[in-house]
Design a protein around this ligand. Structure first.
Ligand code: GLN
Ligand code: ZN
Length: 761
């Protein structure tokens, strides 16, 4: 009897109905005490463990649960707490922990950024201030808990030292080695204590090796894992990578570890085995079930893959697992009541994926055969879905006829600019906002009531209209130049379009963690995407009817809609991106013919979609720019296309931003102004640009001097004729008064900057 094991890499924290989110937020509001928070979150954690136990997983991850973020947990366990917070050493208490992410009166919050190519955000460690020390062995704490409470001999999960230091900031590249070396003994200590407590397997996540790291970093890994192997030989370390293949496979596959965790979904890992083989002394922890998507796996096919993998490993040195932590998928599909049964049959969320892993492991251990019903079912369910995938032949035909010209505007930028200046009649340094305005409790509650059927469509629509009218008036009083309708009708910029396009569906409970307590509910793309009727025209036209100023139409771009959805993989992603672009193109045209002269198409997810492998960047960026242009190119020269992105570090994708051919781009910069300005010094950018002049993520109302300084600094490199004044991002998370106060200051700053320029000229 073989003993191939099943494993999991991480389980969603948020609970089936986001109980976790509610617990955190109640604690922040002061509605529950610290011990109540711990009680609630412990219950969720144990429940998660119990489920994995019941689903028959052999290696259950422990220590992957968090009260916010696992990188923040790692920082806290090593005492890496910037000095600006109230921290006096020792174990980091809960209030300090949350100060890092929420800021305090006198300390700004830590930076957060996207976790590899996902929409999960981690808190960036700052390594310039303290020497790391082991303040608490979290892994041990949760290992013991699982053992005592549920009799689980868990597999502790740690973020590896090289990945941790790579993701941190505040040091110079020269110090990289030294820093890693400071952490290594702490990892040794953690592992020793785990060994004493009885742990056998430990998963050390080193996803940084699924990116293009240098040979020097590989050498560091060799030395670190050599030390660990020597000091703690009794622990079986799995060197875990995911989201791409393992780079430097030839060298890294020889690391002195017990197991190598590879992603067989997102990188060509199989080719690596074919080319270089697999070391005899190691376990292959094979990620064969997609941890990033919600579609069911064809278990017959997966079994064949597993058979193939077995030819590379010795006897039963194989572990069957998801391709990554299941943090990136919703918890369970069993709560969904509104999804077409055929589609539901083709879905698999975290719990269902673990069941798939269990089945595959049973097949591998000859406890089941692949012609058994449960296995065949998966193949049949996917077969049945095929009719849904290709739901609309006319879309495929339209796509096949597309040419490069379809994605080109008729008139080049310089000429468009001249015509737009003439027809729009905007002042120098025009002021505007990014689109959304405060989503107050009232707005949220009214939408919930409408969704629950407690108020009629008419009542809801007239409520939205009232909000629009109120804010058009406010924006006029503020004397903004280009107004927005405020996006009151939208819960989320992607889900909103997902609900209206064909080929999409939205779930009831399909939440995944995005940052902290904030979760998103990505729509599912199951079929051909298509537009059937105007989506945003009604609100934009209504807003425009109330004012003589221009109101911007507001859409989410094709790349962002694709990247923030769960997309089935029967059709290539680039083709679906074109489908979305064509659908948006029809919406853009509908807005234009309804008299909207400025249309913004947001692409905040463009950058995060960059492949981890740099060799794949060009292909991605080209298809992204093509899709954006396809969505926006059919308008007249006088119609001004805007786009918006919520990050500023785009030195390396500068030319692609230009290739979008948007007339105006607004980007976030208030927290990294200097860097961005230098990007513009080094590159020529002819189009118009609005660098965010204040940070909307904080409730603080900016001082006029700060905004003026930001404007002045930008004007050192960007000509006043091409500069727009706007906040960093949408205002939906701010309250009404903060928003009005901040915008007042912004408009005032813009006006005085304008005066200075006119005087000079
Ligand atoms: N128009 C959107 C808003 O203002 C843009 C949001 C975003 O960039 N994430 O909310
Ligand atoms: Zn933004």
């Amino acid at each position: 009897m073989t003993n191939i094991k099943s494993s999991n890499l991480g389980y969603p924290r948020i609970g089936e109905k986001r109980e976790w989110k509610r617990a955190l937020e109640s604690f922040w509001k002061g509605d529950i005490t610290e011990s109540e928070l711990l009680e609630k979150t412990t219950a969720i954690r144990l429940d998660n463990l119990k489920k994995q136990q019941d689903l028959g997983i052999d290696l259950i991850p422990v220590g992957d649960f968090s009260l916010y973020d696992h990188i923040l947990d790692t920082s806290a366990s090593f005492g890496i707490i910037p000095k600006r917070y109230d921290y006096e050493g020792g174990k980091v208490d809960i209030n300090t922990y949350y100060q890092l992410v929420r800021g305090s009166d006198d300390a700004i919050a830590s930076e957060m950024t996207k976790w590899f190519n996902t929409n999960y955000h981690y808190i960036v460690p700052e390594l310039n201030e303290q020497q790391p020390e082991l303040k608490i062995n979290r892994a041990l704490k949760y290992y013991n808990e699982a053992k005592e409470k549920l009799g689980i001999n868990g597999k502790p999960v740690l973020v590896g030292p090289i990945t941790y230091v790579s993701l941190a900031k505040g040091y110079h590249q020269d110090e990289f080695n030294d820093l890693v070396n400071q952490f290594t003994p702490l990892y040794v200590q953690i592992l020793k204590e785990l060994a004493e407590a009885g742990a056998t397997w430990v998963q050390i996540d080193e996803p940084i090796f699924s990116t293009n790291v240098s040979e020097e970093v590989v050498a560091i890994a060799e030395s670190v894992y050599q030390t660990i192997a020597k000091e703690v030989p009794e622990i079986k370390v799995i060197f875990q990578t995911y989201f791409e293949r393992l780079f430097h496979y030839e060298r890294l596959s020889k690391l002195p570890v017990a197991g190598l965790g590879l992603d067989f979904i997102h990188g060509k890992s199989l080719e690596l085995l074919q080319k270089y083989g697999f070391p005899e002394d190691k376990y292959l922890a094979a990620g064969v079930i997609d941890g990033r998507n919600v579609w069911r796996a064809d278990l017959q096919e997966k079994s064949k893959l597993i058979d193939q993998l077995r030819t590379y490993v010795k006897e039963d040195q194989l572990i069957i697992q998801p391709s990554s932590s299941l943090l990136h998928v919703p918890v369970t599909k069993t709560l969904e009541t509104k999804i077409d049964p055929l589609i539901l049959g083709g879905l698999s969320f975290a719990d269902e994926k673990l069941a798939e892993i269990n089945l595959l492991t049973q097949v591998a251990n000859d406890k089941k055969t692949i012609d058994q019903e449960e296995i065949i079912n998966s193949t049949e369910a996917l077969e049945a879905l095929k009719e849904k995938y290709r739901s609309n032949d006319s879309v495929a035909i339209e796509i096949s006829k597309l040419s490069e010209e379809d994605a080109q505007r008729d008139v080049d930028f310089k000429e468009r600019l001249a015509r737009q200046k003439g027809s729009l009649g905007l002042p120098l340094l025009p002021t505007t906002t990014i689109g959304s305005l405060p989503q107050t409790k009232d707005v949220q509650q009214t939408r919930s009531k409408w969704r629950r059927g407690e108020i009629t469509n008419e009542a809801y629509e007239s409520f939205v209209k009232e909000q629009i009218a109120k804010w058009i008036k406010i924006q006029e009083e503020l004397d903004l130049d280009v107004l927005v309708h405020g996006e009151f009708e939208r819960n989320d910029m992607v889900e909103y379009f997902g609900e209206k396009f064909n080929g999409f569906l939205v779930t009831e409970y399909g939440w995944v963690q995005s940052y902290g307590s904030r979760c998103v509910k990505p729509p599912l793309i199951f079929g051909d995407v298509d537009w059937s009727e105007p989506i945003t025209v009604k609100e934009s036209v209504y807003a425009q009817s109330l004012t003589d100023r221009h109101v911007k139409g507001m859409l989410t771009g094709p790349v962002t809609i694709l990247n923030w959805s769960f997309v089935h993989d029967a059709t290539p992603r680039t083709e679906i991106m074109k489908q979305i672009a064509l659908a948006l193109r029809k919406e853009v045209e509908a807005l234009e013919s309804a008299g909207i002269q400025i249309i913004q198409v947001d692409e905040p997810a463009l950058r995060e979609g960059l492949p981890l492998d740099r060799a794949k960047w060009d292909e991605y960026l080209n298809s992204a720019a093509y899709a954006f242009r396809l969505a926006t190119a059919s308008v007249q020269a006088e119609t001004q296309i805007h786009t918006h992105m919520c990050y500023s570090n785009f030195e390396d994708i500068f030319s692609s931003i230009d290739a979008l051919d948007a007339d105006v781009i607004s980007i976030e910069t208030s927290r990294s102004h200097g860097e961005l300005v230098s990007t513009f010094e080094e590159n020529t950018y002819e189009k118009e640009i609005g660098l965010g002049v204040y940070d909307i993520h904080s409730p603080r109302v900016p001082a006029i001097e700060e905004i003026t300084e930001n404007i002045d600094r930008a004007l050192q490199t960007i000509t006043p004729e091409s500069f727009w004044v706007n906040p960093d991002c949408g205002l939906k998370t701010r309250n009404e008064q903060e928003t009005i106060d901040a915008l007042k200051v912004m408009v005032e700053a813009a006006k005085s900057a304008r005066e200075k320029i006119t005087v000079k000229q």
